[in-house]
Design a protein around this ligand. Structure first.
Ligand code: DOR
Ligand code: ZN
Length: 439
């Protein structure tokens, strides 16, 4: 079975070309190519499939909000070919039993490679390191460890984690939040939260941990990755650390690029997220940092929650928002439309950089003959109106409800197999036949 993606512009530039996909690879790039199926992609942009370093798929334990099948469908529809499923499941992904299950289940569903993230500490309790080596050696081949949802706040535990991870050759990703500064906090600490009577979460809660972890990584000769950077100060600290030669990387979420705490006046629980939506100046600094490369990549922090967990008093709403199906559009809205980056850079921040950070060999690859056909086709001129109920996730907690956003994903391919096309995901469970998943 071969497929021609016809009339597409590679990275959005140059003349339109045809891309022949066969045996899971890009077999030929040219014009007038023939294949078993030809998909007309005139006017569209071809990019390497997106890689999300920060996804919550809720399986095992909270399948009423999302599971690996529904989350994989959302990922494929969002243009993703690999996602990293966070460890704050129930049970916690702190042993190979859980991490191997997540990898296996993702492969059974077959719509996106679901890479398990292992917990740094047993039960996410911050006290005792997990057996990272065993999880890294399992079939789930864990490459990244994080207690996301909570911070590894004990500096000695974090130091030991960085040292251990360096020996195993894996990455520690930190949810930077000094918990003593966020007791009871539900919103960014500033004039808006004060006016609304919401307990505030200061920027320093994040920035103090970013600064500390940069220093710990420096001294351990370790790599550290900062999850969901949300403040202008974090940008300055990451910039400083990189200038010092520290091996630090950072991600930003689409919602921290687009939204700010002025939205909180509605007390709508859909706007509650950790770290909280900050101020407009923070969003501007994050956009500039993503364009400059100080922030390396976009990661969704896709965090499904059921209606009863979100449609309640703001302070009781669970933190988190959907992100997989809206990420590209928000990046186009905040970065491409204002001219901060072009399509070439969309590939950098959504595919190449995340694949490099975790060392995925088969993702974020060049659009070239012989490369794996992990691909996404985007219609740059389309617009769509977000309807949470119509998203593939089991939950509908999107902060973009009823917003009209630019750009749609029209085709996603995982190793040459179509996983999503024209807004519909492929049926789950057919990947076993295609085999050959690359880890
Ligand atoms: O808003 C968030 N939701 N932030 C996190 O760190 C965790 C996540 C979740 O698991 O729902
Ligand atoms: Zn987090």
């Amino acid at each position: 079975m071969s497929t021609v993606i016809s009339g597409v512009r590679l990275y959005g530039g140059g003349e339109p070309v045809d891309v022949l996909v066969a045996d899971g690879q890009i077999a030929e790039i040219g014009t007038g190519l023939a294949g078993d199926e030809v998909i007309d992609c005139a006017g569209r942009v071809l990019l390497p499939g997106f890689v999300d370093l920060h996804t919550h798929l809720r399986e095992p334990g909270r399948e009423y909000a999302e599971d690996i099948e529904t989350g994989s469908a959302a990922a494929a529809l969002g243009g993703y070919t690999a996602v990293f499923a966070m460890a704050n499941t129930d049970p916690v992904a702190d042993s190979p039993v859980v991490t191997d299950h997540v990898w296996h289940r993702g492969q059974q569903v077959g719509l996106v490679d679901v890479h398990p993230v292992g917990a740094v500490t047993v039960g996410l309790k911050g006290k005792q390191l997990t057996e990272m080596g065993l999880m890294a050696a399992g079939v789930g081949k864990v490459r990244m460890f994080s207690d996301d949802g909570v911070c590894v706040d004990d500096p000695l535990i974090m130091r030991r984690a960085l040292e251990y991870a360096t020996g195993v050759g894996v990455l520690i990703a930190q949810h930077a939040e000094e918990p003593r500064l966020t007791v009871g906090a539900v919103a960014h600490e500033g004039p808006n939260a004060a006016r609304l009577g919401l307990a505030g979460w200061p920027r320093a809660a994040e920035e103090s941990i970013v600064a500390r972890d940069a220093l710990l990584a420096r001294d351990a000769g370790a790599r550290v990755h900062i999850c969901h950077a949300s403040t202008a100060g974090t940008v300055e600290l990451v910039r400083w650390a990189k200038e010092q030669g520290v091996s630090i990387t950072a991600e930003v979420t689409p919602h921290h690029l687009l939204l700010d705490d002025t939205r909180l006046t509605s007390y709508d629980g859909r706007n509650r997220v950790n770290p909280p939506l900050r101020e407009a100046d923070d969003a501007i600094a994050l956009r500039q940092a993503l364009a400059d490369g100080v922030i390396d990549c976009v990661a969704t922090d896709h965090a499904p929650h059921a209606a009863h967990e979100k449609m309640c008093e703001f302070a009781n709403a669970r933190p988190g928002m959907l992100g997989l199906q809206t990420a590209l559009s928000v990046v186009v809205e905040t970065m491409v439309r204002p001219g901060l980056i072009g399509w070439r850079d969309v590939a950098r921040v959504m595919s190449e950089a995340p694949a490099r950070i975790v060392g995925l060999p088969d993702q974020g690859r060049p659009l070239a003959v012989g490369e794996p056909a992990n691909l996404v086709v985007v219609d740059p001129d389309a617009e769509w109106t977000v309807d949470g109920g119509a998203l593939a996730s089991r939950s509908d907690n999107t902060p973009y409800e009823s917003m009209t956003l630019p750009a749609t994903v029209t085709l996603t391919m995982l190793r040459g197999r179509v996983t999503a096309r024209d807004g519909k995901s492929a049926p789950a469970g057919r990947s076993a036949a295609t085999g050959g998943s690359a880890q």
